[in-house]
Design a protein around this ligand. Structure first.
Ligand SMILES: NC(=O)c1ccc[n+]([C@@H]2O[C@H](COP(=O)([O-])OP(=O)(O)OC[C@H]3O[C@@H](n4cnc5c(N)ncnc54)[C@H](O)[C@@H]3O)[C@@H](O)[C@H]2O)c1
Length: 445
């Protein structure tokens, strides 16, 4: 469903009117395009330690990005497409002044859909002064993200280990992260090999996506296939026709699977055994809503949502881990929701499952790591334009669309890009995490 308001305020008349009366002016976001570079201009690099580490510079230049090491090298009127600040050296509140000194001029020079990325070290409990200073980065980045306009984003990478730093920088600098804003993400140790071909990092991988007949699931199947994976698109039998179309479009195969059926785990394992050489990527996307206020909630509305959105993921994961069908360095990604953080009126059942998924990935990381260095993460979409959100009353939907720092709903492809990145070999240092794809949703952000 197209966002007519966004189209309007990006026309010359609409833009002038919106600016005069102070209405939100959502920008057209820079998204992935086949022929586009990771970044359409130079990245300004800085470090709170003074000198930018050579290793960081190399990671950025090897992604094909031109690097500027001083804003003074910018000619008048020239913009930077990104500003990357290595703040891993900070140790006292006084050190935070270096962030202002770098970011204030950098933000002024930031191009539309620009990227601000701050690197920090997670607090470790060793020294209260250091920990308090490190944690301050979270407040700076979240606040800055709320100030940026014209489709620009700010995100924070907590670098406990740099195994996945290169892959993370490529994702966060590129159009793939268009709707990820104001988010912290922990990069830990892990097996995170660089792919042979960064443009098709999933080549040779077998992926299964549940609920793939439409909406976010169909977009995930499409992006995984674009990135090189052989995709099995799974959905309910009644979604058969739509599912077949998705499978044909992406050059994948279709599987009729009700994830909440008692025999779903075994059917899945039998299918993998017969048709594949094991599963590399599993995306738990199938999900339903049965919204009712708690006072009016019927048992079947409660039970069906718990069964599809949460119980199915637990049983399928357990069966796969116990089988011989999950390959080494597997990637599992579960669909949570910002409702899992913030709650939502009329969604106690749905909120339970989406918060439950967060608990599930945190608690499962060790088991997946023990199974050939696999990872498991969740992606929590905010307001995404799909059939699920099309059911909302018009006025509620229009308001909800503007309630994020990017002042617009995300697209299914935005969620799919995040899933595909977490599913890639280079993301092996990210596990047990939840990445919100919500444009910095102002509800519970
Ligand atoms: N749309 C949003 O704004 C939004 C926001 C946050 C989270 N999410 C989550 O993203 C996921 C996809 O959402 P969507 O908006 O694309 O939903 P959707 O309703 O458009 O599509 C869901 C798909 O899942 C399938 N499905 C339902 N029950 C199933 C079952 N038992 N077995 C197999 N497949 C089943 C449906 O047939 C459908 O094709 C869901 O988990 C949802 O909770 C969506």
């Amino acid at each position: 469903m197209s966002d007519r308001y966004l189209e309007l305020v990006n026309s010359s008349v609409g833009s002038a009117v919106a600016s005069r009366v102070g209405l939100p002016r959502p920008a057209k976001l820079r998204r992935f395009a086949d022929d586009a570079p990771i970044l359409p201009g130079p990245a300004l690099l800085g470090s709170t330690a003074g000198r930018v580490p050579a290793a960081l510079k190399k990671l950025v230049t090897s992604a094909g990005v031109e690097v500027l090491d001083s804003i003074d090298k910018l000619s008048t009127g020239e913009r930077v497409a990104a500003a990357v600040l290595d703040a891993r050296s900070i140790a006292t509140p006084g050190d935070l002044a270096a962030l202002r000194a770098f970011l204030a001029p950098a933000v002024k020079a930031l191009a539309p859909s620009g990227r601000v990325i701050v690197l920090g070290v997670p607090a470790d409990g060793a020294d209260v002064r250091v920990d308090a200073t490190r944690q301050a980065l979270d407040g700076i980045v979240r606040s800055l993200a709320k100030e940026l306009r014209a489709g620009a984003t700010a995100n924070l990478l907590w670098v406990a280990d740099d195994a996945s730093l290169g892959a993370a920088l490529r994702f966060f600098l590129s159009g793939r992260s268009a709707y990820v804003d104001g988010q912290p993400l922990l990069l830990g140790p892990g097996v995170a090999p660089a792919p042979k071909d960064w443009t098709r990092p999933l080549t040779g991988k077998t992926a299964l996506v549940t609920g793939a007949a439409r909406g976010i699931g169909a977009a995930i199947a499409g992006v995984l296939a674009r990135d090189g994976a052989n995709v099995i698109a799974a959905d309910l039998t009644q979604a058969g026709e739509a599912l077949a179309k998705v499978a044909n479009r992406i050059g994948g195969t279709a599987l009729h699977l009700d994830v909440a059926a008692a025999d779903a785990p075994q059917r899945l394992i039998d299918h993998l055994g017969a048709q594949t050489s094991g599963l590399d990527i599993l995306v738990h996307n199938a999900g339903i809503t049965r919204d009712k206020l708690m006072a009016n909630m019927k048992p079947e509305q409660w039970d069906s949502v718990i069964a599809v959105n949460l119980e199915s993921q637990l049983t399928i994961n357990a069966a796969l881990l116990a089988s011989d069908q999950l390959n080494d360095q597997s990637r599992t990604v579960s669909l949570s929701s910002t409702t899992g953080f913030s709650g939502n009126r009329g969604q106690t059942n749905y909120g339970a499952t989406k918060a439950g998924v967060i608990g599930l990935v945190r608690s499962s990381a060790a088991a997946f790591a023990a199974h050939g260095n696999g990872t498991i993460n969740a992606v929590a979409p905010g307001f995404i334009d799909t059939d699920m959100t099309a059911k909302m009353p018009l006025a509620t939907r229009e308001v909800a669309r503007r309630l994020s720092s990017l002042q617009q709903a995300g697209l299914p492809v935005d969620v799919a890009e995040a899933v595909s990145w977490l599913a890639s070999p280079g993301a092996g240092g990210v596990t047990g995490q939840v990445l919100r794809v919500c444009g910095q949703n102002l509800v519970g952000a």
